[in-house]
Structures are given as C-alpha cells and as structure tokens.
Design a protein around this ligand. Structure first.
Ligand code: ADP
Ligand code: ZN
Ligand code: ZN
Length: 677
C-alpha cells in the first residue's frame, strides 16, 4: 500500500488548490494510477465535487487527521493534456480567477456529473455524429489571386503566425478558411482545426459549407445553445481527436483539442468574443495566446478589424493579408447614400426616399433589409397629460413596450407588467408609445407595403430553439421581401437576393459616453451594408445601395462609410486613442462593486482606490455605472490603467489580496481588458 497526494482544482471561489490522498494498493494495475489532467470525485465539506488533478505529490502539508481520501478517479476519460492545463492556467492567471473557476466550467456539465453518464456508450455514439456521407460534395472554386496569396501565407509558414485577414464584405474570406483548412487537414491525418464564429446563428451556414466541402470528416460543433447530452458528445469528439474540425462560439476556445494545428477567428472584431460574466475572457485574445503556445498559425478575419488587431498589423506583430475585391464576379460593393433627416421628414420612421427605394426593389423582386438595433414595439410608453413614462422599478431603465403579448418589459432585469389601461399617476387613458422598435417598424412596413412579405428577425422573434435557423433559412430561400431586424441580421449572412440595406436610426451611438461606441457602430454599419449586392449585378440592373437615415449627415463616420474606407477611419480613431491614452495604447482593469445602496459601493471603491499605490499605475475616481441600478442593485466602478501590461497584472494580483481582506459585504469583481466601460 502506498499513498500519494493529488493536488486538485475545484470549482469554488477559494483561490487555492486542494490536496487529497489516494491509496494505491500494490495490486493496482497501471491503468488505474492517476495522472495529471484526470478528473476525479472528492469529498468537499458535506458534498462531493468533481475536480481535475493538477499535480501529484509524495507528501502534503495538510495534517494527517485532516486529509481526505479521493472517492474515485475517472480513469475512463483520457486525461486532459498538459497544453490544455496550461491554457486554463494562463486564463486563470491573466483574468485573475481561481484555476478551478476556469478549468471546470470549461468542461461539459455531463462530464462533471457525480454519477457519470456512461462514457463508453457516448464514445460509441461518437462515430455516428457529424460524419455525413450523404452530402453532395461541392468542388473548390478557383481562388482569385488575393485569396490564393492569403491561403499560401497562412499555410506556408511553419510555427506561430498571427494573420489578420482584412477582407471587404463578400471578398470570400470563408473560402480562404476552407482551403487553408483543406491543406492543414491533408498535411497530417490527426490534425484538428478550430473555427470560431461570433454567433450561434452563424453556425448552421458555416456548418453546411464545411460538410459540403469535407464529406467524411467528423465535425464537432460547440455553442451554448446545445443540449447537455449533445454538448458532451461533441466535446468528446474534439477531446478524443476524432473530430477534425471544431466549429463553435467563444466557449469552444476552451475546448480540449489535442492535435490543434490551425485556429480561425471569423469576424474577429465582434464584441461577442468577449464573455461578459464570470470569467470575462476574450476568445480572440486567447486564440492568439493558444496559437503561440502550440506554435501554429491563427487567422483573424474581418472587414472591420478591432482597433487592437489593426494596431497589431500596423506595428508588424500580425501579418496583414488583404482581400480588396468581392469574390463573385461583377458583385460590387453597394453605393452608400446619406439621407438627411433634417431635410427629409420621415413618417413612421421612413423617409420618402427610402420608401420609394423599397418599392423599386419590390418591383424587381429583390430583397431589402432594414436595420434597427432596438427590439420591442417602442422603447417607452408615455402619458402626454402628466409626463409619466414607463420605468422599471428595479433598474435605471425604461420598460419597453411589447405590443404582441401586451407587456411592458425591462430588457435588463426581465421585469414584466401588463400594459396599463390608463396612466398610473393621472388616469389618462390615452397613453402613447414613444419612439420605434422593430415590432413597430414591422407593423408600419406591412401597412405601407400590403402585398410584400415583411419579416422580422430579432431576439424576440427567435426565442424558441431552432427558430432563428428557420428564420434565416426563410430569408435565404427568398421567401421574404422586406427584412427588418437588429444586429442579429447584420452579421456574416450571405444573402443572395438582397440589394437594399437601410440603417433607420443609427445616430444614438455617435454620442455615447463609451469610447468604443463609434468603432462598434462603424463595424456594424459596414457589416450590415455588406449584406447587399453579394451576387453579380444584373445586366442593366440598378446598383445595390445602402441608405443611412441620420440627423448628422456630415459626421466623419458616415463619410468613411460612404467611401467604404475602413483604413482611414481606423487611422483617425487610433490617433484619437493614442492622444487620449486609451486602449490599445493603454491597458485597463475595471473593479466593479455592487451593493443595495450606491453609497456602499462607492465607499468600497474609495477604500480600494486608497489602499495601494504603484509606480506606473493610474487609479481613477470611483463612479456610478451609466446604468446605475439593475435588478435593485446599485453598481459603481473604478478604472485602473497602465501603459505596461505586466505592471497592471502585478498590481491587480496584489490588489485582489487586499480587497479580499476587506471582508466587505459589497459584491465585487475585476475585469481585465474591459470592453464596456
Ligand atoms: P465574406 O465572408 O468575405 O463576407 P463570403 O466568404 O461569404 O464573403 O463569400 C462571398 C461570396 O463569394 C460567397 O457566395 C462565395 O461562395 C463566393 N466566393 C468566394 N470565393 C470565390 C471564388 N474564388 N470564386 C467565386 N466565388 C467565390
Ligand atoms: Zn398621466
Ligand atoms: Zn429592470
């Protein structure tokens, strides 16, 4: 009999690892000796927890009478490899979280069930998933010169390389990914490829491209919309090396992929690569780290790269690959025109010029897409008589009117009420919706164009599982004349018959306090514009066009949009950021505090700000968050900045220890590289 001690990471907020004893009898066969990276079940307080073995030792500092025995080691699962362990360790260190809070949530739930589902059975099912043999394979189209150069660069070099694939919308970035993938897959029979997309809704489109190009190759998809059983299966397929291509949203970045040889991040600028709760990681940044760790290439693709990535390319850290033309012959970028709302008055949110453009498209049997980033019927319900407006009682926010199900709804805390029949303060029965959301636009469009098929896509219309896929299918099939939608419709979709795009009311973001708002708005408008004119322009047909309704026709952002000029726009923004000492020229960390009373949160932050000084670190004043109250909790924040990433890291590490020692009732968290400030 021999005892060894397993150092284990558990999903607890305690920033420490835990030692357990594991007794090996002399009869123990090799197969049941534990390894680093294996899962196991251990007692923890009165419960049992699943953890992962981080280290194996001959001795422990835990006293003999305190040490507990391991319950079982999950030997049936191949251990997580050292490179995966290093990935989660890096994420834990960089984002300043306990290792267990990073490693365990990265694994599928069913893998962590105390009574494990039979892995054997699941492994058998594996062979069946995702390998499609009944698909008619599509041939590779001939690449144009720029696409070919990109594929050659990506696959030509050996070792780590960060490639920024800067390609206008419709330039055929997908084809570059697919042909680079073909080469990497052919190179060795184990190699695996990870492709990240920003939205679950984009996975079906991508999946069908992959299946058609790689029949017989096992594809694993990973995103948050999957049932747990399915998720386990797909995770295992990647972990066991069977799946050669792994397609997923940001969470796939933390999957175990033992033979990873290429990482692709499509639409790398997209804010959804940043996780906004728990471990607030950036999947794009982790992709770069992972590629460097494994010494493999990574591709960041976008028509509007994030300023971080653009700066990376400008400074020579990333290699820039350009696709300047649309890939389809005679498909040209749409003409962008500005409609001045001061001169052309809209009715029901639509200017006469926009209405006649939609008419023209209808006559030609072409599709129009109207972009309005505001769901619901109207953002607020108001009483003219006394000035009452529908406000959330729990948040610093208005209740949004949803007419279909007669509800007022808070988009932040989920509070719901029936629409009042009369004003709650003065009894006036004539309550008016103020402003316009997608539902109201849908209603107006149906009234103006009674013969057209008007269709809405937003988070409300696609709540049911599978309904988003069905909705996009409908648009692709051409069964829609006018599509109205939020940013959901702006991303990535390759609509074939769409020739008019209109941004109904994009101005709000121009004057936001968030310094990233204009970068985001520009990317969004470029993206949504890029949905138009993706197929060959018809002989003698009209140019596809983009119409932007605005009160600020001279704003530089709209001028850059008209010129399809990302580069100059990015140059100006980067200059501004440099002058203002903002990211990517500065590194930031944000301390957030939440309390019942704003004062408590602010006091906590003041105490936090006072407790440490450090050379090269700027600690700003605590301020209430723009939306101060959410779900009856007041929120404040404190921004810390440094020109040096390591200095900031070192500071935060010490700071957290001090903050923990406050024993304050205030709930706090730290975010590294925050994007929403
Ligand atoms: P992006 O992702 O850059 O916006 P896509 O990858 O969706 O663009 O490609 C736009 C369209 O161009 C697609 O319909 C695609 O099939 C087509 N395409 C891509 N590459 C080629 C090529 N080399 N020859 C012909 N068509 C192409
Ligand atoms: Zn009133
Ligand atoms: Zn609310």
């Amino acid at each position: 009999m021999k005892a060894i001690f397993l150092r284990v990471a558990l999903d607890t907020p305690l920033d420490t690892l835990f030692d357990y004893r594991c007794v090996l009898s002399t009869a123990t066969d090799k197969a049941s000796i534990p390894y680093i990276g294996q899962l196991l079940v251990v007692p923890f307080g009165r419960q049992e927890l699943v953890g992962v073995i981080v280290d194996i030792r001959e001795s422990t500092d835990v006293p003999e009478n305190k040490i507990k025995d391991v319950i079982t080691v999950r030997t049936e699962l191949t251990p997580l490899l050292p490179d995966w362990m290093a990935l989660v360790q890096f994420a834990a260190d960089y984002y300043q979280r306990p290792l267990g809070e990073v490693a365990l949530p990265a694994l599928p739930k069913n893998l962590k069930a105390i009574k494990p589902v039979s892995l054997q059975r699941n492994l058998k099912k594996l062979a069946k998933i995702s390998t499609t043999n009944n698909v008619q394979p599509t041939a590779e189209p001939d690449l144009n010169a720029e696409q070919q150069a990109a594929v050659d660069q990506i696959t030509g070099a050996s070792g780590f390389a960060a490639n920024l694939l800067f390609g206008v919308t419709g330039s055929g970035k997908t084809e570059v990914y697919l042909q680079a993938a073909t080469k990497v897959l052919a190179r060795d029979e184990q190699s695996q490829i990870l492709i990240l997309v920003p939205e679950i809704n984009l996975t079906p489109q991508f999946e069908s491209h992959i299946r058609a190009r790689f029949p017989g190759v096992m594809l694993s998809t990973l995103h948050s919309g999957m049932a747990e059983g399915e998720r386990l299966l797909h995770w295992l397929a990647a972990h066991q090396g069977q799946a050669r291509i792994i397609l997923g949203t940001r969470l796939a970045m933390l999957a175990s992929i033992p033979h990873l040889k290429l990482i692709i991040v499509d639409e790398e600028h997209d804010p959804s690569y940043k996780q906004q709760e728990g471990l607030r990681y950036s999947a794009r940044d982790l992709a770069i780290w992972r590629a460097r760790q494994l010494n493999i290439p990574v591709v960041l693709g976008s028509a509007t790269p994030s300023l971080e990535s653009w700066q990376g390319a400008q400074s020579g850290r990333y290699r820039q690959l350009n696709l300047r033309e649309r890939a389809v012959k005679n498909a040209v970028l749409p003409v962008v025109k500005i409609i001045n709302l001061e001169r052309e008055k809209p009715s029901d949110g639509l200017t006469p010029r926009l209405i006649s453009s939609i008419k023209l498209r209808l006559e030609k049997g072409e599709q129009s897409l109207l972009f309005l980033n505001r769901r619901g019927y109207a953002p607020v319900l108001a009483c003219d008589a006394c000035g009452w407006i529908s406000q959330c009682t729990r948040c610093t926010a208005n209740l949004v009117l949803h007419k279909g199900d007669h509800r007022l709804r808070c988009h932040h805390c989920g509070l719901e009420q029936r629409i009042p029949r009369s004003c709650p303060t003065c009894g006036n029965i004539d309550l008016q919706p103020l402003g316009r959301g997608t539902q109201r636009m849908e209603e107006s469009l149906a009234a103006i164009f009674p013969d057209a098929k008007v269709f809405r896509i937003d988070a409300d219309s696609t709540r049911l599982k599978g309904s988003a896929a069905a909705a996009f299918e409908r648009v692709h099939d051409g069964d829609v004349d006018i599509l109205i939608g939020t940013q959901m419709v702006a991303k990535g979709h390759d609509f074939k018959r769409l020739t008019l795009v209109a941004a109904l009311n994009p101005d709000a973001a121009l004057f936001s306090q968030d310094y990233r708002a204009s970068e985001r708005l520009f990317a969004q408008l470029m993206q949504v514009s890029g949905r138009a004119g993706r197929t060959a322009q018809k002989e003698g047909g009209n140019m596809s066009e983009v119409l932007v309704q605005t009160r600020y026709p001279d704003h530089p952002l709209y001028h850059a949009l008209m010129a399809h000029n990302y580069e100059d726009f990015a140059k100006d923004l980067l200059l501004e950021r440099q002058q203002a000492q903002l990211p990517p020229f500065m590194y930031q960390a944000l301390l957030r505090a939440e309390a019942k009373e704003l004062q408590q949160a602010l006091e906590f932050l003041q105490q936090a700000a006072a407790c440490q000084t450090h050379i090269g670190i700027t600690i700003n004043d605590p301020i209430p968050m723009t939306m101060t109250r959410v779900a009856n909790v007041d929120r404040a924040q404190l921004l810390v900045e440094s020109a040096s990433r390591p200095a900031l890291q070192a500071f935060v590490k010490e700071w957290i220890i001090t903050l923990r020692s406050f024993k304050s009732r205030v709930k706090w968290s730290i975010e590294i590289d925050p994007v929403d400030i």
